[in-house]
Write a protein that binds this ligand. Structure first.
Ligand code: P53
Length: 491
């Protein structure tokens, strides 16, 4: 049987997309609180906001439409902000964790909202109400023997740090982040063992040239400096975590997209290899090997980037390598130098259309083999234990008259991906956990939609925030229960 005994099965969510309660119990604002909804044609994902209150240059995606004009850092009365209420996990976590336990979870990935702990990011003392909230969440998990897997940062830098310091382009953010990490490490040392430093850290530069044409050198300059500062913050945090509790297992988190050459033209093969370097390896190499890859100098030179890197930084990177490599996996993309190919349209999927694959309603390629490919390639490169910490299908669900939801398309998606993981394990990959994305329906990061659903548990709420917020297990809930019960033997 492929999956080893003790393999961790569960699901994943993120604070800003699930909790809601955006201004409750002393929480500070984050970027999604000032971002309205989007759509497949008009995604809203940005990597940071610059000091004038505009979506940061490093996003380069130009999705300014979702931050109302003139809003800067303000919440406007006549706008609807999907993350303000999200699915109210803040008040319903007991009910939700009970349902996760019913599915048989042994692990739950969630994130701590930095702005609940340090509302402005640079506060002297942490906010007690925030600390108390996560304590009860983790205790609730423990009650059911669910291991919390905690993302320290999931796209939610306190907005005040964006406003007052210019966000992650400023090195000062490193110390604020490390102080925040130190606080939660000390606070939850007996409750949490698994930690992830930055969710999808590579998004900042990976997406730069994938949307709306080439990015400018200034955008690359910001993007690479943001990443460097986050690498240092991550590495310092890993060292500190191991000091505070040697049993802590701390990982990175990469947006794992499998890139293929669009044709067998050698130029495409090389372009594809370079996409792996800039998109995927760039962050993984620093975080798992402790140093920049050999190709990094070429990348910086290509975009005239000059980074502020100190000798001490390099030491920190070396001493702060992660214990595990974790990643999200949703799709593959084709890379080609040829301009005569049919292109994919959708958000966060780009490049040439792969004629061998089908695509979701949001244009994401359904490619389980790509997951096996990614697992084998990455394990070969780092030989670290791996976790797939996000994987899922964003789809429209239909509620039947009797209230049931028959999401066989979602079951098919997961079945195929778990089967691909099993094949990778049989091929020697040390995979230790699988947490499906959005174990419960939550607000989409990319579009802010509710109707782009990933959950095995349906939440009665629409894109305008209407609905009872009642939770209902979908068919996939019962299917996953069986998968977990049999440790992946019955798919
Ligand atoms: P949504 C882009 C490409 C791949 C994964 O995404 C991505 C993104 C950014 O949207 O994000 C991860 O909700 C992310 C989650 C997010 C999930 O994938 O846009 O870690 O926060 O919800 C799915 O469909």
């Amino acid at each position: 049987m492929a999956f080893p005994e003790g393999f961790l099965w569960g699901g994943a969510l993120a604070a800003n997309q699930a909790e809601g309660a955006y201004n409750i119990d002393g929480r500070g604002l984050v970027q999604t609180d000032v971002t309205t909804g989007g759509s497949v044609d008009s995604p809203r994902f940005v990597t940071y906001i610059d000091k004038d209150g505009n979506p940061g240059k490093a996003s380069s995606m130009g999705h300014t439409g979702q931050i109302p004009e003139g809003a800067k850092f303000a919440v406007l009365d006549d706008e609807y902000y999907p993350n303000h209420q999200a699915v109210d996990f803040y008040h319903r976590y007991k009910e939700d964790i009970k349902l996760f336990a019913e599915m048989g979870y042994s692990i739950l990935r969630l994130s701590i909202s930095w702005a609940r702990i340090f509302p402005n990011g640079d506060d002297k003392e942490p906010n007690q109400a925030g600390l108390d909230f996560y304590r009860s969440v983790f205790e609730e998990c423990r009650k059911y023997n669910i291991e919390p897997l905690v993302s320290i940062w999931h796209f939610d830098t306190p907005l005040a740090l964006e406003e007052n310091y210019g966000g992650w382009t400023n090195r000062k953010l490193i110390d604020f982040y490390v102080k925040y990490a130190e606080t939660i490490f000390n606070e939850y040392t007996d409750l949490v063992k698994y930690w992830l430093t930055f969710n999808e850290i590579n998004n900042t530069t990976m997406f730069l040239d994938m949307f709306g044409g080439a990015a400018s050198d200034a955008e690359y300059q910001d993007g690479y400096q943001i990443l460097h500062n986050q690498f240092v913050a991550s590495a310092k945090t890993v060292q500190l975590g191991h000091k505070i509790n040697p049993d802590f297992i701390i990982g990175n988190m990469i947006c794992g997209i499998t890139f293929y050459p669009g044709t067998c033209d050698p130029a495409d093969i090389l372009a594809n290899q370079h996409k792996w370097e800039s998109g995927i390896y760039y962050c993984g190499d620093v975080q798992a090997k402790g140093k920049y890859g050999t190709y990094a100098k070429r990348l910086w030179k290509e975009h005239n980037v000059v980074l502020d890197i100190t000798e001490e930084d390099l030491q920190d990177l070396k001493n702060g390598t992660v214990d595990i490599y974790t990643f999200s996996y949703y799709m593959s993309n084709n890379i080609t130098t040829h301009t005569d190919q049919e292109m994919v349209s959708g958000n966060f999927s780009t490049g040439a259309k792969n004629p061998y694959l089908t695509y979701s309603d949001w244009g994401w390629a359904h490619d389980p083999v790509g997951l096996q490919y990614y697992l084998e390639k990455i394990y070969d490169r780092y030989e670290l234990p791996l976790m797939v910490v996000e994987n899922g299908l964003g789809a429209f669900d239909k509620v039947e008259e009797d209230g049931s939801i028959h999401d066989d398309y979602r079951i098919d998606y997961h079945r195929a991906h778990i089967s691909a993981m099993a094949d990778a394990v049989d091929n020697g990959v040390n995979l230790i956990a699988y947490t499906t994305w959005g174990c419960i329906d939550i607000v989409s990061a990319g579009t802010g939609e509710m109707r782009k659903r990933y959950g095995f548990i349906y939440v009665d709420m629409d894109d305008e925030g209407h609905g009872s917020l009642d939770r209902t297990p979908k068919d996939s809930f019962y299917w996953y229960q069986k998968v977990i019960e049999t440790n992946g033997a019955v798919l």
